[in-house]
Design a protein around this ligand. Structure first.
Ligand code: NDP
Length: 271
């Protein structure tokens, strides 16, 4: 059976084996996908071991996404721009690296009937998750994409990578100077139950609020969005399944249906 792994530290919390097993059942692909805990400093060894047993590919999660990029012989354009890799494929003795988070996010937004073309998007955060979604968001032709971050210099550095694109940056304090159709929270504040230091005024009733964080009933950001009667509230679980689907398609050349897997995952997580 073809072998796949997800490497991380910690990794026990990973839902990827569940998701990929469901995709494999659905598409009748024969594969074995397991999570593997990797000690810091031992990532490249873990990858080599997988290649040695004939492994076909791997997902990579925190904190190894940058290290994974450095191991690759070839990278997709979106992985280069993201500066990180979450999907490795082992083909003809080479390691190919890609990042699927952005397509996972965009596909989930579109599946939730959130239009992006000619819309104004606010992206909160400038960490790994934010960097990975910028190119796929720009490919949807928004009117503008504003990146706001607590440390503004990181947002500034990101937008410089996209000359001649409608992408701008600002501080959290300044976001109220603009109006948005879609606000995406790509900070990790919600994981720690922290509220974001942005004014509630930026969330108007026509705005879709998306939080990449998942596994929490309502993050502080989505709680505020609910109180502000935002048009739609969406958590990051669909993105998680979506990015896995893109990885699966890269490896197996078949596109799984994400919706039934998302439903099963929500059921599983509510147990
Ligand atoms: P990083 O550590 O790379 O970046 C963290 C970001 O959050 C930075 O922009 C940081 O700002 C900001 N931040 C952290 N705490 C606060 C706070 N209290 N107030 C304001 N800003 C804050 O994390 P990632 O980018 O990898 O992950 C971000 C989130 O996205 C996580 O919740 C993660 O679980 C989620 N995620 C979800 C995925 C999915 O499939 N749904 C996929 C990938 C990530 P600063 O630069 O100033 O430190």
């Amino acid at each position: 059976m073809d072998q796949y792994r997800v490497f991380g530290n910690p990794i026990k919390q990973s839902r990827s084996p569940f998701i990929h097993q469901k995709f494999a059942e659905q598409t009748q692909e024969r594969l074995n996908y397991q999570s593997e805990y990797v000690e810091i400093g031992e990532f490249s060894q873990a990858v080599k071991q997988l290649i040695n047993i004939g492994g076909k590919g791997a997902n990579v999660t925190s904190p190894f996404k940058e290290e994974a990029m450095a191991l690759c012989d070839k990278l997709t354009e979106r992985a280069k721009l993201a500066g990180a890799v979450n999907t490795l494929s082992f083909i003809n003795g080479e390691i190919l690296g890609d990042t699927t988070d952005g397509d996972g996010l965009v596909n989930d937004l579109l599946a939730n009937n959130v239009a992006l073309k000619n819309k104004k998007i606010l992206l909160l955060g400038a960490g790994g998750a934010a960097k990975g979604v910028i190119l796929p968001l720009l490919e949807q032709s928004p009117t503008q994409l504003v990146v706001a971050n607590r440390t503004v210099s990181k947002a500034e550095a990101i937008i410089q990578q996209y000359p001649a694109k409608p992408i701008f940056c600002c501080s959290f304090e300044k976001v109220t100077n603009y109006e948005f159709d879609v606000i995406i929270n790509a900070t990790s504040a919600g994981l720690n139950g922290q509220a974001l230091p942005i004014s509630e005024q930026v969330i108007q009733s026509n705005v879709t609020c998306y939080d990449m964080t998942y596994g929490i009933e309502l993050t502080p950001f989505l709680e505020v969005a609910k109180l502000r009667n935002a048009a739609k509230l969406i958590d990051g679980l669909g993105m998680l399944v979506g990015q896995a689907a893109v990885s699966f398609a890269i490896w197996r050349n078949i596109q799984p249906d994400t919706q039934p897997v998302l439903t099963s995952l929500r059921e599983e997580m509510s147990k």
